[in-house]
Design a protein around this ligand. Structure first.
Ligand SMILES: [Zn+2]
Length: 109
């Protein structure tokens, strides 16, 4: 009974030290599913999908290839400066942030 006080404080300290996986990291990870995109080898299909037009809302991990209008998907949240490769049209691009905060890709020549 006398040690109950010590064990509670012990538990709270170990709880605070479990910050090896930052919550930010888990938040920005995306689960990618097959989308039926069949223009690239099976292994890479989940990283691309067809764009559904202006009504298609892109997630923070998706950006449209300005060359072939295919949506490139990343397993992580995209940040300005990220480099992407569009396998269907073999373009290299870099992620940029527009004035309204939306992300778009610019082809690197
Ligand atoms: Zn492309």
């Amino acid at each position: 009974m006398t040690t109950s006080d010590a064990s509670t404080s012990d538990a709270s300290t170990s709880d605070a030290s479990t910050s090896e996986t930052s919550p930010d990291d888990t938040h920005s990870r995306y689960e990618l599913d097959e989308t039926g995109f069949n223009e690239v080898p099976k292994k890479w299909r989940k990283f691309y999908r067809h764009w559904g037009g202006p009504t298609d809302k892109l997630a923070r991990n998706e950006v449209i290839c300005p060359v072939c209008k295919i949506v490139i998907r990343s397993a992580r949240e995209l940040q300005p400066g990220d480099k992407l490769y569009c396998m269907p049209c073999m373009s290299r691009m870099v992620v940029k942030e527009g004035p309204d905060g939306h992300l778009f890709a610019e082809v690197i020549f």
